[in-house]
Design a protein around this ligand. Sequence first.
Ligand SMILES: [Fe+2]
Ligand SMILES: [Fe+2]
Length: 289
Amino acid sequence: MGGGAKPVLIAQLTDIHIGFEQNAGGEELNDLRLRITIERLLDQPNVPDMLMLTGDLTDRGDAASFARITGTLGACPFPVYPLVGNHDSREALLRAFPDCPNEDGFVHYAIEIAGLRILCLDTFEPGRHGGAFCARRAAWLAGQLSAHRHTPTLIFMHHPPVVSGIDWMDPRADEDWIVNFGEAIAGHSQIKAIHCGHLHRPLQTSFRGIALGVSPSVAPAVSLDLRPVDAAVPDGRALITTEPPGYALHRWHGGTLATHYETVGDWQTLARYGPQLQPMMRDMFAERE
Ligand SMILES: [Fe+2]
Ligand SMILES: [Fe+2]
């Protein structure tokens, strides 16, 4: 039944995109999607120790959209840590989250909990859709990693530094920012996983041998289409679809990170643990003895 120290539970919401519908005049679709995701997060049986918001909190980086987010998140009884995405604004984010650490003009910081370090990175460059990771940010990351070589570490960042196959969302694998990030983490075996957003789809892959996950988005999803895109030929393919919102729950326990993704919806319960299923439960536990 587990044993040892209590697990650390880290919830992750990404790509909320509040303010996508300008002049919505009330609750827009992304407000609704955030609201039902937070309701589910607070209603499900696993109380997180913290919530990471991995960027694109807003669609245009405006203060009113950030205020709608902090209003909805006000119900959360655990600490909330925001990261900046390409649709956000550092200044507006820091005004909305005045306790959010930042340094040297970047929204990057370290969190420590129960012997685990969590590094939150800033991959934002105003005006750019894709990621950025300059020499100053790389030096900060390398310094953090060098100072804590023996502490298990998770990295959270908005942009995944990998090619997913969803052509229009992908970086080139050898972009400068990806090279800088790769060099900063080289040789640091204390990094147990990297978790990202931006893609608006769940993804599991690796970067330089380290497990890398992308959480599903709160805002509508990027369609799963792995065919090449020709920027000169609009071929009518689906780009964005109304798949339900999702979130991640990362469980750190016994030196292992297990990441769960839940799709938010009004799902029907088909089996409950009542006396009729107790024999099955006993058999399953007996196998583990
Ligand atoms: Fe996004
Ligand atoms: Fe993004």
